[in-house]
Write a protein that binds this ligand. Structure first.
Ligand code: MUC
Ligand code: MG
Length: 380
């Protein structure tokens, strides 16, 4: 039998507006850029993948434009002609061609798994060995920049049973203002909702110690990446000092990072993201190290659109333990979508699509409208 080969790999920049400004310690987002991968195979099957970053280069070391460049120039040429049915072999080849560039590799891996799932008529989670849950709890991030507006947003989402856990993005303002903001929101929501905070590395250790004491007293349930990722010893001291769990996000990308954190006791919880890890398969290895070390796991987001979020969901659905649920709300932060049927969110969770591959199809008209090269030609 003739083998099935990868024929073309296309990386497309797509700009989608957000429903409101999204304010983080390091950036204010008014739109999100998706790098959409279309991987076409010799049997006619097409796989979809996606990579995003947060705030250009302000969160991590890859930007959407850089991801497209890496794929077009180095990664796609290495894949064309390779066996389309063997994602692991394809990824091993990419490791030889390019160091790092994990966001780009993640998008390509997703496209390969989507194509193989479609080919075999099974969901990606089934290719990975099977889902242990068909719904994933999903929190919402309150980040409008305004306390009263955040409370209104949370009340409406509780009322509609879409979210009952809220993550507050802090670290942009001074500590006193942030503590007051978080305390007001927690007080308004009381026991009806869990409240977590994400500092995105903005504090130093001494600032963090003072702030965490006050946030713990205010009833906050989890503190995400309070200090710079490189200060693992500082994170270990904070984790030992407080009862409220400390979560590593920027500090954990690879299985080796998870091992360092485990050795030092630098976190109670690990935020997993397929982009940070370089794909679903590496995310699974990172998760296994954390799990073996007794750390709790959380399904994180790079604020992907539907394709990246659903790819993450297939991966997270296979993890035996996922104590802190997920934050796969990216599609809900976007005003519009480029998939034909948007993922379903209800009952405080995301439903894992049941169709083959990712279980998603592109809306070609929407893609044509939002892709950057066409929008530029339109003068948008
Ligand atoms: C991050 O740092 O966790 C996740 C949710 C959100 O609002 O931003 C991201 C990034
Ligand atoms: Mg984070």
């Amino acid at each position: 039998m003739e083998s099935i080969r990868i024929e073309t790999v296309e990386a497309i920049l797509v700009d989608l507006p957000t429903i409101r400004a999204h304010q983080l310690a390091m950036a204010v987002m008014q739109r999100q850029t998706l790098v959409i991968v279309r991987l076409r195979c010799s049997d006619g099957v097409e796989g979809l993948g996606e990579a995003t970053t947060i705030g250009g280069l302000s969160y991590g070391e890859e930007s959407p434009e850089g991801i497209k460049l890496a794929i077009d120039t180095y990664l796609a040429p290495a894949l064309v002609g390779q066996d389309a049915t063997n994602a692991r072999a394809a990824l091993a080849r990419l490791e030889k061609v390019a160091r790092g560039n994990r966001f780009a590799k993640s998008a390509l891996e997703t496209a390969l798994l989507d194509a193989q799932g479609k080919r075999l008529d099974v969901p990606v989670a089934t290719l990975l060995g099977g889902a242990v849950r068909s719904r994933l709890p999903v929190l919402w991030t309150l980040a409008s920049g305004d306390t009263a507006r955040d409370i209104d947003e949370a009340e409406a989402l509780l009322q509609s049973r879409r979210h009952n856990t809220f993550k507050l993005k802090i670290g942009r303002r001074d500590v006193a203002s942030d503590v007051a903001h978080v305390s007001r929101i927690k007080q308004a929501l009381g026991d009806r909702a869990r409240v977590t905070v994400d500092v995105n590395q903005a504090w130093d250790e001494a600032e963090a110690a003072g702030a965490i004491a006050r946030l713990e007293a205010a009833g906050v349930d989890l503190i995400e990446q309070p200090i710079p990722r490189a200060n693992l010893a500082g994170m270990a001291r904070l984790a030992a000092r407080f009862v409220v769990p400390i979560m590593a996000d920027e500090a954990v990308c690879t299985p080796e990072d998870a091992l360092d954190i485990a050795r030092l006791g630098a976190a109670d919880v690990l935020a997993l993201k397929i982009a940070k890890s370089g794909g679903i398969l590496e995310m699974g290895r990172t998760a296994a190290v954390g799990d073996a070390a007794g750390m709790a796991l959380y399904g994180g987001t790079m604020l992907e659109g539907s394709i990246g979020s659903v790819a993450s969901a297939h991966g997270f659905a296979t993890l035996p333990r996922l104590a802190w649920g997920t934050e796969l709300f990216g599609p809900l932060l976007l005003k519009d979508d480029i998939v034909a049927v948007r993922p379903v969110y209800d009952d405080f969770s995301l439903e894992l699509p049941a169709g083959p591959g990712l279980g998603l199809a592109l809306d070609e008209d929407k893609l044509a409208f939002y892709r950057r090269d066409r929008a530029a030609a339109r003068g948008a």
